[in-house]
Design a protein around this ligand. Structure first.
Ligand code: UD2
Length: 384
């Protein structure tokens, strides 16, 4: 509140002095002053009720009011901030007026994801295993959002040791940089992969994890380290188990990219999709902006420290339906092609988000239709 209150009263005092100099009588000065206060209190009440502030940009301390923080974070490090999810998180933090530091080795991320904010952030090109650069990046940060990882399950199967250096050791080093820099909180991007193929649905945080790949083991190990760092060192850690995240900037170039990015690329080039299995398998697809929202809540919610939360929507969509919806959006009528199921493919995955709802106040803002529409527009535009 003091962000805007102080400068406004300062302006009033200046205004009164001006009236005095201009020769207004004391009674007239008081009338104008009281009128101004009534107008200001009406305006500020409206401000309190609105996220959009009526679209009126007010300059306060050299910043537009729109840019003043809602989450209240002063400085944050986003590891993997040039990647798909990380770069969306950076966008929101920058908009909120947070001082953002990005550490990314650009192995999967791209500077093009940050080009529109490049003058507003501090960027370090480097690996999370490089302790020197990591310590520098985490300096004076209030929160670390740890998004950097080798995210392809298949790549971790092919390279269990190399991937452990990034996903296990890397996470440990990030936590330790947080501890040494006295960072208040670390939000760790974990995965629904930790549940494995447990047939129990929806997936609930209290279920026994059943990792089926090095990737899942590595994410679970990261969670365990996060809990230990909270218990032993008091650094507040929160783990978010992402379900199937989709949205603009998701790389569609690899066969192991997210199914939505692959299908979008197919639709834009008017080619049929390839569905593994009968297409009846389903997923809980969560829009990237909702994942950003979950991260901000996890960074600020009072009771979140030391806990793990599912981040999904609690709803599911089959792969067949997904292709039908994309065809509808793109005005195509192309039948998909079918191939045998992927080995180890999970059939059903849907999150219980009750815990995230009650402890974080998390509720997805984007319906699947809306998220898909935004995503399709992005793939279409980026092809031009
Ligand atoms: C997701 C995550 C993975 C891990 C896992 C946990 C992504 C990209 N991957 O894997 O990191 O957390 O969940 O269980 O979010 N499919 C097709 N055609 C295609 C591509 C995929 O039919 O061209 C099918 C695929 O066989 C699967 C479904 O679509 O049944 C989803 O595949 P995915 O690779 O997007 O994600 P998933 O759930 O295997």
């Amino acid at each position: 509140m003091t962000y805007w209150l102080n400068p406004i009263f300062y302006e009033f005092i200046k205004f009164r002095v001006l009236l005095f100099i201009k020769g207004f009588k004391r009674v007239q000065q008081n009338k104008i002053f009281i009128g101004s206060i009534l107008f200001a209190s009406f305006f500020l009440q409206c401000y309190e009720c609105s996220d959009e502030y009526f679209g009126i940009p007010i300059l306060l301390n050299g910043k537009k009011e729109r840019e003043i923080m809602k989450s209240g974070l002063s400085k944050a490090l986003v590891t993997g901030g040039a990647g798909f999810i990380g770069s969306h998180l950076v966008d929101t933090l920058v908009k909120e007026g947070c001082d953002v530091v990005v550490l990314d080795d650009l192995s999967a991320g791209s500077l093009s994801n940050l080009k529109h904010v490049k003058d507003k952030i501090t960027f370090y090109k480097g690996n999370i295993q490089d302790q020197k650069i990591l310590m520098k990046a985490a300096e004076n940060c209030e929160v670390i959002f740890h998004q950097a990882a080798l995210v392809s399950v298949t790549k971790t199967v092919d390279n269990p040791v190399d991937s452990a250096f990034i996903n296990d050791l890397g996470t440990l080093l990030v936590l330790d940089a947080g501890r040494k820099n006295k960072v208040k909180r670390v939000v760790f991007a974990s995965s629904s992969a930790v549940y494995g193929d447990d047939p129990l649905l929806p997936k609930h945080e209290s279920m026994q994890p059943k990792p089926m790949s090095p990737y899942a083991v590595q994410k679970l190990t990261g969670e365990l380290y996060a809990h230990i760092y909270y218990d032993l060192y008091g650094i507040e850690t929160v783990c978010l188990r992402y379900f199937n995240v989709y949205g603009p900037r998701q790389d569609a170039s690899s066969p192991y990219s997210g199914v939505i990015s692959i299908f979008m690329a197919k639709a834009v080039s008017k080619k049929p999709s390839l569905i593994y299995g009968d297409g009846k398998q389903y997923r809980d697809f969560v829009f990237v902006k909702d994942v950003v929202k979950a991260n901000l809540l996890a960074a600020t919610a009072e009771d979140a420290a030391g806990q793990t939360f599912n981040i999904g929507t609690g709803k599911h969509v089959s792969i067949n339906t997904l292709w039908d919806m994309i065809c509808l959006l793109s005005g195509l009528n192309i039948k998909p092609e079918y191939a045998p199921p992927r080995p180890g493919d999970i059939i059903e995955s849907v999150a219980s988000i009750e815990q995230a709802k009650s402890a974080l106040g998390f509720k997805p803002d984007y319906s699947f239709e809306k998220g898909l529409e935004i995503t399709f527009k992005w793939y279409k535009d980026s092809r031009k």
